[in-house]
Design a protein around this ligand. Structure first.
Ligand code: GLA
Length: 379
């Protein structure tokens, strides 16, 4: 069955032959004794990946870089997922390093891979306060640019990037994380905001819509399940809707943990945003084994980073709860994307605390399905 799917066309046969050979270790691993011990009542066939279990619900995606497009990781991507998000390759810093120079290689590789393997691509992202290029907010003489210059730069950037991938990227995170961390504030006091006021948000959506009227346009943010942040995001989204800004959907990043969110918070968030007529996606899912922290950078002396059986169990339960909830909202939820493939590499190994290993995903460091995986496909 797997071979029927993968080898459906001569082109795929060529490209995938090598990948499949390289990935046999991964495929076989699904039958190993440990994995089956967790499976209990769920027979896992080699021809079914997450995307197949969720076929009647929503696409299942993963955030990757170009280094994952070969070897066992590529095989796992093809087996399990039907949507890709470039983890970094399309952010403004990496893709537009100088005003008159774009760097397309990494992003092109990801888009080409997705075309060959018939995967969707979510573009990430067009306007964010982090990972911006050095030249963006400055004039040649080092002074800060005017609002007019910055909006023109934003326009040129969005127009160029969105048009390059028109028809190949179905959705864009247009504005990322514009809400302040400080709960007493509304919008983040970023360089975008300092120079443009809040206009940059609506403009970014307008530019993206003009460049590709068919693309599904998202506002994307984190901690959206916390009631106070949820309400500030709601306020922004409502404002954009009322002003007829071309926004279609909201991305809940879903950088979650063993501690949060609760099911009640998750339901309330999806329903609140859906009430504005917006679609919702889970765009950056992972379940950290540590509580959410933003400011700490250093490991505490003697701090353990073991992945205990209790944590593994709690994580499996959290994953079961969130996917049960996602399935309840299949009419509103149009995708679920994991942020990285497996516990072999996760951004949480270095954030917020460098050198503290984390285990937030469904596949372990050997790319084998974890307990949480079996909970997610048990329904
Ligand atoms: C945010 C961004 C992502 C990524 C993660 C951490 O959630 O939207 O692009 O940078 O942080 O890796």
């Amino acid at each position: 069955m797997l071979q029927t799917i993968l080898f459906a066309t001569p082109l795929r046969r060529l490209v995938l032959g090598g990948l499949l050979m390289a990935g046999l270790g991964v495929l076989n691993s699904r039958y190993d004794v440990t994995a089956l011990a967790h499976a209990q009542a769920v027979p896992i066939a080699t021809d079914k990946g997450l995307k197949d279990y969720y076929k009647a619900y929503f696409p299942i995606g993963v955030a990757i870089g170009p280094s994952s497009l070969k070897g066992p990781e590529a095989s796992l991507i093809i087996q399990q997922f039907n949507s890709l998000t470039p983890e970094n390759a399309m952010k403004m810093g990496p893709i537009h390093p100088e005003e008159n120079r774009y760097f397309w290689d990494d992003a092109d590789q990801i888009v080409n891979f997705s075309q060959v393997h018939a995967l969707r691509v979510r573009g990430h992202n067009l306007c964010w306060h982090e990972q911006t290029p050095k030249w963006l907010f400055k004039n040649a003489d080092g002074s800060v640019v005017s609002k007019g210059v910055l909006l023109r730069r934003l326009h040129d950037h969005i127009d160029t990037v969105v048009k390059r991938y028109k028809g190949k990227i179905y959705a864009w995170d247009v504005v990322n994380e514009a809400i302040a961390d400080d709960s007493t504030q509304f919008l983040r006091n970023s360089d975008w905001y300092k120079i443009c006021g809040e206009d940059f948000i609506a403009k970014a959506f307008e530019y993206a819509h003009a460049a590709d009227p068919k693309a599904v346009l998202f506002y994307n943010d984190y901690n959206t399940e916390r009631p106070e942040k949820r309400e500030r995001v709601y306020r922004l989204l409502k404002k954009l809707r009322d002003a007829k800004v071309p926004i279609d959907a909201v991305g809940l990043q879903a950088h979650w943990s063993l501690q949060e969110p609760t099911q009640k918070e998750l339901r309330a968030t999806i329903e609140r945003f859906a009430s504005l007529g917006l679609k919702v996606q889970i765009t950056e899912l992972d379940v950290s084994i540590y509580p959410w922290e933003k400011s700490r950078r250093e490991k505490r002396p003697g701090e353990a980073d073991a992945y205990t059986p209790t944590m593994e169990q709690q994580q499996a339960e959290k994953y079961r709860m969130v996917f049960n909830t996602f399935r309840d909202y299949k009419n509103v939820l149009t995708g679920v994307t994991f942020w990285n493939i497996s516990d072999r590499y996760t951004w949480l190994d270095t954030y917020p605390v460098a050198g503290r290993k984390n285990y937030p995903l469904l596949f372990d460091q050997q790319l084998k399905p974890k307990k949480a995986f079996y909970e997610v496909v048990k329904f």
